[in-house]
Structures are given as structure tokens and as C-alpha cells.
Ligand binder design. Sequence first.
Ligand code: 26Y
Length: 820
Amino acid sequence: ATHPLALAPVSSPPATVDGFVREFLLNLNMERGVALSAATETDKYMALAATVRDYLVARWLEDQRRQREDQRKAVCYLSAEYLLGRQLDNNLLASGLTDIATEALAACGIDIDTMRAHEVEPGLGNGGLGRLAACFVDSLATLSVPSIGYGIRYEYGIFRQVFRGGEQIEKPDAWLALGSPWEFRHPEAAQTVSFAGHTETYDDGGVIRSRWVPAWSVRAVPYNYMVPGYQNGRVNTLRLWSAEATKAFDLRTFNSGDYVEAVRAQTFAENISKVLYPEDSTPQGKELRLQQQYFFVAASIADYMTKVLPEDFDLEDLPDRVIFQLNDTHPVIAVPEMMRVLVDERKLDWDAAWAITQKCFAYTCHTLLPEALEVWSVDLLGRLLPRHLEIIYRINDEFLLRVRERFGDDEQRLRDMSIVSEHRAVRMAYLATVAGAKVNGVAELHSQLLREKVLHQFDEMMPEKFTNVTNGVTPRRFVRLANPKLSELITAALGTGWLTDLERLRELESYAEDPDFRAAFADVKAANKRRLNDVLMKRDGFEIADDHLLDVMVKRLHEYKRQTLKLLHIVTLYERVVSGRVAVSDLQPRTFIFGAKAAPGYAMAKRVIHLINAVGAVVNNDPRLEGRLKVVFPPNYNVTLAERVIPAADLSEQISLAGKEASGTGNMKFALNGALTIGTDDGANVEIRELVGDDNFFLFGMSEPEVEELWAAGYRPGEFAQADDELRRALDLIGSGAFSEGDRSTFEPVVSNLLYDDRFMVLADYTSYIAAQERVDAAYADRDAWTRSAILNVARTGFFSSDRSIRDYIDRIWHTQPAR
Ligand code: 26Y
């Protein structure tokens, strides 16, 4: 190009109110094709989003160019889920445009809050793992780490939850119905992803090689999203793949001049990225899920190898150029895919390829539950990915040779450690551990238990692989955006800079002793409660009374998380009053907020949702309680609602059975927003308690070794019901039909499960939990002391910034340098 303007990306519009107004109207008129006077809310929102985008694009293009030219090592984060939450406010904050945009819109007669409310959040994840990935891409950009996030552009994200008669109904989440203004579709950068067929060997000029002859393929079309760092001018890329039919597909497999069949083929291909599986923790072994996993991983590796790497790149140097971080086992099929690319396509010999591969992957585990470890049947793998199955077998054979060398002919050990189990199932966590340079858990306790239990024999053999990176959350979204009043208060005290250096919150410790600061802090909490009241009133008609302690449990519904323990507490308080054992005037007024989605096929979880609503219906309407206990269960808990609920909370419920919650990240968000935690010694609760101190944390329940001991001794939950009068009364009340219009059968399965099975030892921890809740009431009675503790929680939890997590990944696993 010769024109001076063509030598660099176009410059951003002027960052002024006039500049913003002009760009906004340009987008409205030119892109939406409407005049301001005729524009709908959607028109205005889309034009606004496009305007914010326009300010970021120049930096984005520049960063992409530099990343291509830069020799520095980059991170490819592979995750099947990104639970992003709304984008508008985040991108305004990152680009420093919030005030300008607010003023510019006001000058056009538009209230920016109605624009914020108009956005449908991309819910491309289930819960903790997906939200962690979203926090990580935010921190990667803020720390200027050369990186790409790869994932799937599901057409339907996590289902929308509604309640009918208190029961969960799932509705499709059509988040793309109006189009997304934040994405850039790149059909020209599509990759072909193949499936099924057979393998064969051939003579390649004297060398016998294997190759895969697939039966069908789809096109993977990338959609790029900008991920701006916080006011640092850096814009990273999130690349999500969408499946489309290829021409070859309908020609070869389906098209015999049959138009209907050809269209069916199209639908078949598009199915792959149609919908997010709503199960978390319990994998179903569904073929479509394996298709999804291979689809995005194969497209991502091909994209990296052909579009990001220079053409003449010496593959021996690959480990100095890239690390693929595997977000749980979902992308682990990337390991045999990389081997296939290196050996079959790039014609490296096996040993050289394996040496490279082992340095290019690292694996993060997010669970301890055995049923959550993904396995794929040999039959399914052989049918869908026959070459990958062969490669897995060879990896396993060579690995087992090494086990034999090291430990001798210990057949039991060989069976235990085999990647392919006796039941002809491929254990993806083992494959990831064998292939990865590093394996990390997501909290100290979790990483320790991984080494001692889940992957014990692997730890014995290769201890140097194991490390910990405690999770974190982005303070931009979960403090600055979710809690602007607290952020203002902090900035007034500490000045700016703390949002990217969150350990600076420590400086608030001395402010905890200042009565004026405490009063201001309490005012912020009160204002956040009123804001939540307004949101819930409008959304669902729920009221949050000013003088109630706000007690919150929001997370996926799962037995190990023990929402039923929380319910037993509520039922106990209720029973005390209606039985006359406690005067209603002696109750500390409390509002209990629940938020939880259940996997659609998880019957027990759905019954618990029904029970929460049923208890709420009775408790909320019983005049004997004089409004002192309220149960509020807004449907469809998501990132957007979390941003309103968490800043208003007084008490954070983190009550999983010790040894079951890998980390938790909600726990961190609550503490950073000045809620006190009632919790077990589990996951990152352990680290939260160590940091905030025992005086500022309500610990209860068995420790993990105590859990193990009781389990080994033979756990009989009925004995705990026998031993605690109030526990029996609460269970009896539920069993009596008090919350189901006298029908004893409705919640009988919940009660008998607790009495006769209780895998997660709810009854064993009940007494201790109730006692801890009594300590909560006593502490809340001294409101000023409570506020002091709340401030100390904020001051001492800066460690949980996802910026720190990313620095730990860099130091312990990736060894990358920031971009120039
Ligand atoms: C295979 C499929 C069924 C599946 C899909 C989603 C399996 C698991 C998941 C999601 C797991 C998840 O969200 N795990 C959570 O990860 C968080 C981030 O590390 C942890 O804080 C949390 O303790 C853990 O349960």
C-alpha cells in the first residue's frame, strides 16, 4: 500500500463526548440503517456496542500483528466453556469510556442503564469452570500475556430456568436471536474437521506410515471476540468455533440428488455446536459431546499450526513457542490430535513428536468426585476417531513399559494406572497426566488430595509434574463493575491502582478501626441491598427488607454442595417458632437467597429445587413468623444476577462436604465484597479462612480426614438423626407433608436419601452447622463489629485476584514473558 492511511490500522475515533456521539450515530445510521428518532432499544444497543468496539479495534489489530511477529511463547487456553457474562459494561470499563459514553448517550436522550439491561449475556458455560475461563482471559489481557482463548460458539448456552409450581423447567437460551454485536465471523479462516472412517498404512517412499481416511467432515468457522485488558491498551482474542456443513459433506455422504437429504446433512453438521451440555460434574458419555470436544480442539490446533505459526517453523522448537492449557479433561483429545498432526501430517518420527507434545500441554483438574472423571468407551472412540484410538493405545503401551521399568511386574499397579481401563474405557484424566508437562489442582487442599488420592500412583512416579494454582476471580467484573460504591470507597481511601494490584487491599486493615469508614462501608452494603431489592422486585416480585441479615447460597445444585443442609437450617428455625419453643421476637430477621440450576437429568437435584420453593412458599406466608424469615429463590441465576446478589450479601454459604469442592470461586467473590463466610474446611475456603482469620469466618463441620474416618468406620446417618432432637423434628416436618400440602410422597425421596444413604454426610454436619449459625446471629447482633469483620474480609482477600492466579500459571507452568 502507498497511501499513508493504509500503512496501519485506522485510528480510533476521538475519545471525547462529541467523538462518541458521532461514531454512535454513524453506526446507528450506516450499520443499522435507522434514524435516532426511529431507533428501537435493540438498534440503539447494537449501535452502542459497535461504537465501543470501534474504539478497541485499532489496538486489537495491532496486538494481533505483533503477536504473529513476536517470537515469544504464547498460551493457548483450551476450554469447552466460557461463561462470559454481559460484555458492554466490561468493555466500556476496559477502554476507559464509561463516562464519555454515559454523557454521549444522555445527549442523545438515551439512558445508558437501559442499554446495559438490554444485553443478553452469553452463557456459554455451566458454572465455576466456565466462569473461571472467563476470568482468566480477562487477566491474561490485563497482564498483556500473549494468548488466545479457544472454545465453542454454542448457538444455545446454558438453559434459561423457569419455575412452574416450584419445579424447574428448562427453556432454550436463544442468546443469538438478535445477533451478537461483539463477534467477528471469519468464514475465510475456516478449518475442516473430520470424523469416523478407518485407518490404513501406506508406503511413503520406503517408510511405512499410518493415515486416517475419515468418512465425513464439517467446517469449523471461527468467530473472534475482543478481550480488552483493563485500561492497558491490550486487546487479546477469544476464538470460538461454530460448526457448518462442508460441500464435501453433502456431496460425498448424503447428496444423491436428494435435496431433502442435503439439507438434513446441513442440520447434522450444525448440530455439533448447537447446544451446551447442561451437565456439570457427571459426564454422560454422549457421542455428540465427544464430537464437540474433538471439533473445537482439532480446529484450534489446526488454526494455531497453520495460521499463527510461521510456515517454515521448526517444529522441534514448538515448546518454546506455545503451551496448550487444558481446562479439565474436556479438551484432552487434543493430545492424540497433536500427535496425529505431527506424525501423520508433518511426518515427524513418533519419539520426536511425543517429546514435543509432552512439553506443549498442561492439564488443570477441577474435581475430586470419581464420577466426574471423564472416560470415553473404546468402542465410541474407535468409531468416531479411529486414528486417535490407535495413538492412545500406543501412548498407553509405552507408558506402561515405563511403569514396568520403574515398579516391576506389579500387575495390579499396571491395571490401576492404565490409560485404557479393563472396562475398555479411556480415562481422559490419566491421558492428560501422562501427556502433560504439569498437572495442577485449583486450590491447595484440592491439589494435595489430587496427589494423595485421585492421581496418587502418578504422583509417586512423576512428582515433579504436580503443582497447585489456586483459583481467582477478576476484580474488574466482580468488584469494580458489580460493586461501584465499594470501589469508590476503596479508591477514596487508597487511591487508584488497587484494581490491578489487589493485594493493596491490605491497606484497608487500618480503616477497619475507623468508625467513619465503618459507617461508610455499612452504608455501601445497605445501598447494595436496596439495589438488589429493586432488581428482584422488578424481576420476580421478591422483597429484601433493610433490617434482615442477607444469607446467600448461589451455585449449581449438586448433592455434594449440600443445599439440603441450608434447608434443614431454615426448617429448624421455622419449626422452633411454630412449635412454640422459640419466641418469634427472638429470631434474628433473615432473608435466605438461593440461586441454583440443576442438570435437567439430575432427579434428586430437581427435587431439592422443588423443596426450596416449597419451603419458601410456606415460610414466607406463615403469619406466625411475622415476616422475620424469608426464602427468596429467583429463577435463572446467572452471571448478571450474581453481580447484583453478591455485593448485597452479609453471609456467604460455602457448605460442601470437606474434600468434595475442588475450590469454589463464588466464595472468593463474596469475601471480596464484604460478606462473611460460613463454611467447611474445603476447597479455597481453607485459604480464605487462613487469610481472614478465624474471628472473621464461621467454620463448622468435619475436616476432610474426619470425613474419611467416619466413612471408613461405616457411616449411618440415622444415628445422627437419633442424636439430635431438632434434626429429627426438621426431617419429620418435611416428611409429614408440611411443605407439600400434606402429601407425604412429594419429598419423601429427599428425606429417605438423607436418612438411609446421605453420601455427602449432611446429617453428620448438621449439629455443627446449626451451632455455627447461632454464632452468626450473635455476631450480627453487634453490627459494628460485624462491619469491622466484613472490612477485614475485603482487606485480606486480595490474594484471590485472577491476576495472581495467572502469575502463578506463568511462574509454575507456562514460563511465558509479557508481550512488548
Ligand atoms: C464432562 C462434563 C459433564 C462436565 C462439564 C462441566 C464436567 C464438569 C463441568 C464443570 C465443572 C466445574 O465447574 N467445576 C468447578 O470448577 C471450579 C473452577 O475451578 C471450581 O471452583 C469448583 O470447585 C469446581 O466444582
